[in-house]
Design a protein around this ligand. Structure first.
Ligand SMILES: Cc1cc2nc3c(=O)[nH]c(=O)nc-3n(C[C@H](O)[C@H](O)[C@H](O)COP(=O)(O)OP(=O)(O)OC[C@H]3O[C@@H](n4cnc5c(N)ncnc54)[C@H](O)[C@@H]3O)c2cc1C
Length: 471
């Protein structure tokens, strides 16, 4: 028996409501390893009015609503754990307006990276902070997860490129937060409260994004190192020396090996750093400066590559998440690690991770947006060996604690979702988390928007029966 869904038929057309087994199953998972439950029903709004009508009616009935976009989250962020309604935002996928005179773009939340790039590109513009998953994820999901990407080292995060949002609250009311102006000091900044709120405070139905002029010169290359320590030290030095670099990605030798197996890339079996430079003039001088900084760290090789070769290298880097996952199907990845530390702590953090890998006798490939101090580490464990799983979990938690101890964060870009709830209070402290909870209560007094996410709760492992919600 499911929830009473007849009310949905009063606000949506039949083709906007799905209860088939495939749709329910699809909306009970994301790209991560956290378990959810199937929703009772999936709805596909096509407009702000649809979102508003569903939320108002669901909230009245105490039915949970979990926004779902492309489902590429890695922490269970869009996965319902209390059943109810999964609100799939991907049919709201129109580019509403490009306004090149203001370097801005208005989009619906289900628009994905390629559509943004195409609309902006027609005007010689681009949206710099797209995540590596930009081609398969939506702007609504990026905003809700406070995503960032390979170019964040130069251009900042998605949050830095969002100007204004239309948001539907749990009771169905519609608000606009932020402004189309480049700056504002008007009142509390609710836009930045919504960004990163993982669909727990409201549903984004329109976004105004800032765009940048496409650089005239783009060059890429890679540096190879004999040790991971040298590679990490080189990254730190590049950032600290003020090299104007647009991407700095670190890949350890285990990740390189997995990438070769998955993509057929021919990466050497050594730690490496991929770099990209953007400029309108003088790019060769900047690259020469970068090379001089790298040379201090004894690179085995620093090589610029042509566009085609760089495309292959970046594809290999983008596919690393898939490569690590499919490396050995007998091993299961724990929640993908996503710590980010101040850049001066990058080398010691990588060293610490690798020391734990040895100490706990585990396989823990590392890669990441190194220029931001970000490390994606994956702890691979044999799920049939409880002792190994425990060692893996201990190593994972120790790495997060280490990052927090040096002033970093448990999650640089994937969000808390389900997977990192235990670290929320460790990172922010009891008083700050209590204040976050009061914000949640103010936005969503009935607690029906994406319940169970971000905040740990007592009944985590006694999840509600999704059939409990009756009118
Ligand atoms: C291979 C791979 C690489 C990745 N690389 C990166 C990376 O480089 N950087 C990075 O930051 N992340 C990365 N991710 C994580 C993920 O892709 C991003 O967080 C992405 O932005 C999620 O978007 P989505 O459309 O898939 O949203 P979903 O996963 O469907 O949802 C994400 C969250 O947003 C909420 N939500 C969705 N739509 C709305 C809306 N309209 N209003 C309010 N809430 C909403 C959901 O409830 C959920 O909490 C990667 C993932 C994969 C699988």
């Amino acid at each position: 028996m499911g929830i009473e869904t007849a009310f949905l038929g009063e606000v949506l057309a039949d083709d906007q409501i799905a209860t088939g087994a495939d749709a329910l199953r699809e909306h009970s998972t994301d790209w991560g390893t956290e378990d959810g439950v199937e929703p009772a029903v999936v709805v596909y709004p096509k407009s702000t009015d649809d979102v508003s009508a569903v939320l108002a009616a669901a909230t009245d009935r105490g039915i949970p609503v979990t926004p779902y976009a492309a489902g590429t989250s890695l922490e269970g962020n869009p996965v319902p754990i209390d059943g109810g309604i999964s609100m799939n935002m991907t049919r709201m996928d129109d580019v509403l307006a490009v306004r090149p005179a203001d370097l801005q773009l208005d989009v619906e939340p289900g628009v994905m990276g390629p559509a943004i790039e195409e609309a902006a590109g027609e005007h010689g513009l681009f949206f710099p902070p797209l995540p590596s998953s930009g081609s398969i994820s939506t702007i609504g999901g990026m905003i809700a997860n406070a995503a960032s990407g390979m170019q964040t080292v130069k251009y900042g995060e998605v949050a830095d490129w969002v100007r204004e949002l239309e948001v539907v609250l749990a009771d169905g009311s519609v608000i606009t937060v932020g402004t189309k102006a480049v700056k504002t000091s008007s009142g509390y900044n609710l836009r930045d409260v919504i960004i990163g709120s993982e669909g727990t405070l409201g549903v984004v139905t329109r976004a105004t994004l800032e765009l940048a002029g496409r650089p005239q010169q783009i060059r890429g290359g890679r540096a190879l190192f004999s040790t991971l320590g040298d590679a990490a030290a080189a990254v730190t030095d590049v950032v600290q020396s003020g090299v104007d670099v647009a991407k700095v990605e670190l890949i350890d030798s285990a990740s390189a090996m997995m990438s070769n197996a998955y993509t057929g890339a021919d990466l050497p079996d050594v730690p490496m750093v991929f770099l990209e430079f953007h400029a309108n003039h003088g790019i060769d001088d900047e690259i020469a400066y970068c090379e001089s900084v790298l040379s201090v760290h004894d690179p085995l090789e620093f090589e610029l590559a042509d566009e085609e070769t760089m495309d292959t290298l970046w594809r290999a880097r983008r596919d690393l998440a898939f490569a690590v996952r499919s490396w050995n199907l007998d091993l299961q990845p724990l929640v993908p690690g996503d710590i980010t530390v101040p850049i001066s702590e990058y080398g010691p953090t990588i060293e610490y991770i690798k020391s734990l890998e040895q100490e706990h006798d585990l396989l823990m490939p590392c890669f990441g947006h190194a220029g931001d101090g970000n490390v994606h580490y994956t702890v691979l464990v044999d799920p049939t060996d409880p002792e190994e799983v425990k060692r893996g979990e201990d190593a994972y938690a120790a790495i997060v604690d280490y990052a927090l101890s040096v002033g970093g964060t448990a999650t640089g870009e994937h969000g808390i979702g389900l997977g990192k709830r235990e670290y929320l209070e460790r990172e922010h402290g009891e008083t700050a988390v209590a204040l976050m909870q009061r914000l949640k209560d103010a936005f969503d007094p009935n607690g029906t928007l994406n319940p169970g996410k971000i905040f740990p709760r007592d009944d985590d492992w006694q999840r509600a029966d999704p059939t409990d919600y009756q009118e």
